[in-house]
Design a protein around this ligand. Structure first.
Ligand code: TRP
Length: 376
């Protein structure tokens, strides 16, 4: 064994922990604005990848927080990859009960909101062997202490209530690097909480080039260093005015019927002041409903509040119900079609998996070549 790895794996600088600092966030925001501009003029130079764990039904928080943005990128001509992260589900739980159902439910949510399988590759971890194989060389490029310091790993660990951490949990940021790098995605729309993963991915890409890429006498690095695409995310709360969370029963799921949606809005918490205003700090519950109407109609929240005026919570809820149901109507129509044809859903996933698999195999071939592990 040589000792060169010590220099390469110098992890004392803690770039990952720094990725949550204010300065780093400001840098990421500035870079995102620049990318947004470039997408406007030349969408073809971007390949975006993002994904979700198949753990539950998507709701309006997911929709306004990220899903609609993906559809917008797809529609603007960016090549789009969306991962159903099934292996990530097993980082913190030992049962994988009904995972198949969850995968298809997530796929149905995706297609119903307008992700188009002709333009967007939708795929699952578990069906792409070459993606998962990238994990091996990538793991050789990170240290255990670096992973233990990763803010997202720490947060995940705290969320599991002190249960012993699995090896997969510790290393899932590296797996996530494989998710992004297998297809050489250069933009990754994520929330602020995922910035350490992006930094980890950049570190892996850089170190791969330093250790293996150059050794293979390549002029260009095998992997690009991807950028996060941070966007303005509305602070949409649940129907009780607190953080949206399925366990609190305060969410409006995309799969709810118009009646179920009306019921959920009817029991939403408001206050006793009949005069409706938009004042998120002073009147979080009422303002959240106004925000929901604003997001679903594209209108200014203050104008909406003014229009309702002294109409009270009854007037507010009537308007919100109508706005939300109108917005969700085309999604529901598409969902009804999709649910009639489960074979179509299976085909869509099989095609997405085949597309992702071919790309992963090509990348793995380059990796083997860079690592001088081609023997035939
Ligand atoms: N970790 C992400 C989440 O929990 C899901 C995810 C998996 C992801 N792989 C990814 C997101 C790659 C962006 C890029 O939501």
């Amino acid at each position: 064994m040589t000792t060169t790895s010590d220099a390469l794996l110098d992890d004392s600088s803690d770039a990952l922990a720094d990725s949550t600092s204010d300065a780093s966030l400001a840098r990421s925001l500035a870079r995102s604005a620049q990318i947004e501009k470039q997408i406007g003029t030349d969408p073809g130079q971007f390949r975006m990848l993002t994904g979700d764990r198949p753990t539950g039904h998507l709701h309006l928080g997911h929709y306004f927080g990220s899903l609609r943005n993906r559809v917008a990128l797809q529609d603007r001509g960016v090549e789009t990859f969306v991962l159903i992260a099934d292996y990530q589900v097993i980082t913190d739980r030992d049962e994988v009960d009904s995972i198949g159902e969850r995968v298809f439910s997530l796929l149905t949510d995706y297609l119903s909101i307008g992700l188009d399988p002709a333009r967007t590759t939708i795929f699952t971890h578990s069906q792409i062997p070459a993606l998962n194989q990238l994990m091996l060389p990538f793991l050789s490029l990170v240290t255990d202490s670096e992973l233990r310091r990763n803010p997202t790993v720490k947060a995940e660990q705290e969320a599991t209530g002190g249960r012993p951490m699995s090896g997969l949990m510790l290393t899932y940021p590296v797996h996530q690097a494989a998710d992004i790098l297998f297809c050489k995605a250069n933009v990754v729309p994520v929330g602020k909480d995922q910035l350490p993963h992006l930094e980890q991915t950049r570190v892996v890409a850089r170190r791969f080039d330093e250790r293996y890429g150059r050794a293979g006498d390549r002029s260009a690095p095998v992997f690009p260093q991807p950028d996060a695409l941070l966007s303005e995310v509305p602070n949409l709360l649940g129907t009780d005015g607190t953080k949206m969370s399925k366990s609190k029963g305060n969410v409006i799921e995309l799969r709810m019927s118009a009646d179920e949606t009306a019921k959920a809005i009817k029991k939403a918490v408001t206050d006793s002041d009949r005069h409706i205003t938009y004042d998120p700090a002073g009147r979080p519950e009422v303002s959240n409903l106004v925000l929901l109407a604003s997001l679903t109609t594209g209108r200014d929240p203050h104008a909406i509040a003014e229009e309702i005026g002294d109409g009270g919570s009854g007037g507010l809820k009537r308007l919100v119900t109508e706005a939300v149901n109108e917005h969700l109507a085309p999604f529901r129509a598409r969902r009804a079609e999709l649910e009639k044809d489960p074979a179509h859903l299976r085909d869509v996933l099989a095609e997405g998996n085949a597309r992702a698999d071919a790309i992963a195999e090509a990348t793995l071939a380059e990796v083997r070549e860079a690592m001088q592990m081609v023997y035939a």
